[in-house]
Design a protein around this ligand. Sequence first.
Ligand code: 6PG
Length: 243
Amino acid sequence: MPSSDQINRIVVADPAALAVTAAGRLMTRIEANSDRIAICLTGGSSPKQLYQLLATDAYAKTIPWDRVHWFIGDERFVSASDPLNNMSTARKLFLDHFAPKDHIHPIPTDVATPDESATRYERQLQTFYGAGDLDPARPLFDLVLMGVGPDGHTASLFPGYPALAETKRWVVGVPEAHVEPFVPRVTLTLPALASCREMLFEVAGKEKRAILARLSKDESLPANRARSIGETVFLVDQAAIGK
Ligand code: 6PG
């Protein structure tokens, strides 16, 4: 796993423990903010257990739904009814049961192109934030959830792609994915994702072992370049680290 001193590494037994630990950290971030809260969710399969857990009484009855806003760090450019749609998965697993509709902020995919979608989502984020420039003293998100793909991508920031070098835009279109599913993507950029109090990576399973080993050698992969201006946490299970 990444070796940098600035990373908080937490190793847990298995995916179930990983979901409980991630839920605990999410609750801590919520409790730390008595004002409006912004959480940036992620896609892929890794966060599904966490989302299911958040729908259980222990969490659902504690989350101040009227103060929390839910965003997504990247989206597959498919319709909201497509099972591949990241935000629709989160909606089905927990958000639609508890969150006020106007607190759920999906990346729009019912527009002509990923670029148009990116422009609209950037505008939504900037309206929510109340400015077009990110101020390090006032992070955009309380918590940003992230996953790691087999090629070291995170969100839809793929190795060697121009989106990775973006310094001004908050959201960009990605015409072609580097790994499955091979559909165009829309992704928040490194500076937008960095603007958070905590960035929490969830990495589980033996199929993540090879990429975790590469990340721990400090390879310049997207998942090693995505860092919070606050705290960055790698939450991994035993199978992923190979013990
Ligand atoms: C996506 C993602 C992506 C994901 C990683 C890990 O839309 O695919 O947001 O960055 O988090 O590929 O995916 P898994 O959790 O399925 O391993």
